[in-house]
Design a binder for this molecule. Sequence first.
Ligand code: ZN
Length: 477
Amino acid sequence: MRTHVLLPSLLLLGSLSLTAACASEASRATTAKARPGSSATASPVRAVDPSKIKGLRIVNDSSENSSCAWATGYPDVPGATAMTAAMKKDVEQRLATFRSTCDSNPTAADGFEFNISHQFLVASGDVLGVRLTTQDSTAAGDGLTRRTYWYDGKAGAYRTALALIGDGSRDAFVAALKSELKGREGTDADTVNEAFTDRSRLVGILDDIAFTADGGLRVTFDRGEVGVPAGGAYVVTFSRATATPWLSAFGRRVQHQTVQPSRSLDLGAAATPTPAVPTRTASGDDDTDCKKVRCVALTFDDGPAAPETATLLTYLAQYNARATFFTVGQNVAAHPDLVRAEARAGNEVGNHSWNHPDLTRLTPAQVAYQLNRTSAAIKAATGKTPTLFRPPYGAINSTVRRATTLSPVLWTLDTEDWKYPDAAKIAATVVDKVKRNDVVLLHDIHPTSVAAVPQILRTLTADGYHFVTVSHLRSTM
Ligand code: ZN
């Protein structure tokens, strides 16, 4: 089964670009389809700056292969161990299911794509909330599912979305949801009643609950959960006044931290040492003449990642080597200091989309959103707007080209480092196959890829190679 579907970023696009609607205290609840661009769904989400979260790591993994394409990223916040474990379990299970579907449909796998992206909902006081959005082209319906994960730092416990609601208020909450959903296009009383009949399934159906910036309660149902699939996803928003009596004590704390965030997040973790960020600076000018000497452009995709990118920068500095980093926007937002260090050391920072979708499946507006949002994050980190982008999976077509002014960069030497986590093998692949003016594809989210770099730099330097950025290579070839 193959479906061409909207990517999670679209929902973000919808929620971030919209103004407040329908959230007045006067209206008891608002319901709307979660359709991108539909302003009726809007209640502003308070933006969280992930770079303020001490010790944050984004756990990334991806294939860079257009057949059975996948990319996942979820946060690991110090102190929230049980929540990280819950996300890890969900991500790994879903990815394993997707990959086994690929394996059993080898001829169709060219069209399969799987993506998990993350969004911080609250990172304040003793409360952490994250939404993971999964896009699975092999799943039923539109393949889009969302789940929110909560961590209660006071209790030291992971909480599901339903834990925001007090046990004694669940019946009233469900009754209110049912009454809001009934009569909506694509739902009827029977389908809505049926969805909520089995109480043991509530935790699964009500797995995306969060607060709006003004304290309202927003519940999102994935497509097909409470209506016919054609009805799409549904969002129900209750005003603060309506929702507050239903909340658990934890739910009230989350609501408070959403409306009035504290200055910092403290989940009671032992002090986490902040990894050192290399401080090497190099002038933007590189006088290497690739017409006269042997040049190679090493490129590192999918980062930045802590601590791998910092380690890589120290290796590059030891050999006076420059490289090009094709960064993923959601990781740039988490680690702008690393991106700043990349640029400061004379490397080039390029754009690899916000959350690594296959851009050829998107509309021009969606492509522009993926690239523009990432370029803005890079500019915020480095002061400089990128000029290059690498399409995830190397997937590009005329629609993608027309949707951006960025210049696309593919590669001429693929190390397949994402597939073989073996530093010696990766280094040997580069050393054995490299030719003058090659653009080499590597990934700085993998410790084994970073560990391969000293051997690559040592051997190729001895062979007379100079390590330059992609733009430098292009300008002097
Ligand atoms: Zn990539």
